[in-house]
Design a protein. Structure first.
Length: 445
């Protein structure tokens, strides 16, 4: 008696899924897609999990007709809120293939070729930062896990007397993940004020270090999410060396600009830092989810994160095992789509794409400054700019933003800057048309 096949193939349905994915990569997302209320799904998705299943075709129809249209397409050129995404066609294509390859990339034994390729991409980033050849790290899911893993390594590497309370020093413009990391690690945060552009005040950072004996790490911004500010990395790394502590650079968004030779001097001083993160899914044209965590000295990451167990004894611990460098064990080779895009298009294409986005942000800023009824508040800093609409209060701004989000014209949402509700734009897509954006913004007059 032959065994039953619980998961039968359906070649026709599989081909239709591949065809759909191919066409979406070619056509791009629908900017009118967006979140639906919970009540919407009770009528459309209902209860999809049943004893005998509904079959490939019906389940995939729910995906294409109900699930995808109810998700916000962050990678559309008019998606300019938060820090969006702009994956290249090559990276999306490789991501589709990567799922089918089912690579375990937690250790060298499971994913050696994939890990080797990922490490080339990490080495490229380290080289842009002016780091030595032995620098390296791992791709994790996002900046939160990257920041947590780096700061855990920093605390493990603390060599001074144990204080009553450990603490992280950062600016008031630090990403929300730093507060989350502090909570998970049960350490304090020492937040330092910023200048009018959002950069940490070095004199106050120095004063805070002198006053607190438990600070084990400084977190520097290299592209603050809300305002695009890049801290004085040279000044902060000098302070870290003076006090013998770790300097971590949170460049989840902004460090991508190192790919543009014209912008690279903005990050002067990063060559002295101990670790950094940058998210390829933000401004390096890769799909979700991917964060590059890089250590100047990877052995310090391995000292903090290398796991041991009887079931791991057969592994070659002299090999490069990505599980040694962050808070994880199992992982997919999430850095491969970035590597593939970089390998396919080349370094010059990345420099050009970053420069285009920076130029686009500049053109939008110039247009805002020249438009009656709009005031440029800040920027562009990297590719972030803040502006106000003189005749709109917070409620009117929210209504305007929602109308344009639903129509697909523009995703531009309000934020708060120095207590005022303003609008924020962050350009990461080289296909964004500044004239198209300004035409929508002029409806605020």
């Amino acid at each position: 008696m032959s065994a039953s096949v619980p998961f039968p193939q359906n070649q026709r349905a599989l081909q239709s899924m591949m065809d759909w994915a191919e066409q979406l990569i070619i056509d791009g997302p629908d900017p009118r897609n967006g979140a639906r209320p919970f009540s919407h799904f009770t009528g459309t998705l209902g209860q999809t999990i049943t004893p005998d299943g509904m079959g490939w075709e019906q389940a995939f129809a729910l995906f294409t007709d109900e699930i995808v249209p109810s998700t916000r397409p962050f990678h559309h050129p008019t998606s300019l809120s938060f820090v969006a995404a702009a994956p290249s066609p090559a990276s999306l294509g490789l991501d589709a293939a990567l799922g089918a390859a089912e690579i375990f990339a937690g250790n060298w034994d499971g994913g050696s070729g994939a890990i080797y390729a990922e490490n080339q991409a990490l080495s490229w980033l380290a080289t842009l930062a002016g780091w030595p050849e032995n620098a390296g790290g791992v791709f994790v899911s996002g900046g939160t896990l990257g920041n947590l893993s780096a700061l855990h390594a920093a605390r493990v590497g603390w060599s001074g007397p144990r204080p009553d309370r450990f603490a992280i020093l950062c600016s008031t413009e630090a990403h929300s993940s730093i507060r989350a990391v502090a909570s998970v690690m049960d350490v304090d945060m020492v937040e330092v004020a910023t200048d009018p552009e959002g950069r940490i005040r070095l004199d106050e950072a120095a004063a805070a270090l002198a006053a607190h004996d438990g600070i084990f790490a400084i977190v520097a911004n290299a592209g603050a999410t809300n305002c695009g500010a890049v801290d004085d990395l040279r000044g902060l790394t000098d302070l870290a060396r003076q006090y013998g502590i770790w300097c971590h650079v949170d460049g989840a968004y902004g460090l991508a600009a190192m790919a543009d030779p014209e912008a690279r001097p903005l990050f002067h001083g990063i060559e002295q830092a101990d670790s950094f993160v940058v998210d390829p899914h933000k401004w390096l044209f890769a799909p979700y989810d991917s964060c590059a965590l890089v250590y100047r000295d990877p052995s310090r990451g391995a000292a903090a994160h290398g796991q041991r167990g009887a079931y791991l004894d057969t592994l070659d611990h002299d090999a490069w095992n990505p599980s040694d460098f962050a808070l994880h064990l199992s992982r997919r080779a999430r850095g491969l789509p970035f590597w593939f895009s970089l390998a396919a298009y080349g370094e010059r294409a990345y420099a050009t794409a970053i420069r285009q986005t920076l130029d686009t942000a500049g053109k939008i800023a110039e247009g805002i400054a020249a438009t009656d009824g709009l005031d440029l508040v800040l920027g562009p800093q990297l590719s972030v700019l803040l502006f106000r609409a003189v005749s709109h209060d917070a409620g009117a701004l929210a209504a305007w933003a929602e109308t344009n989000r639903r129509s697909g014209a523009l995703l531009c949402l309000p934020t708060t800057w120095h207590g005022e509700t303003v609008l924020r734009i962050c350009v990461v897509n080289p296909s964004t048309d500044p004239d198209e954006v300004l035409a929508v913004l002029r409806t605020l007059q």
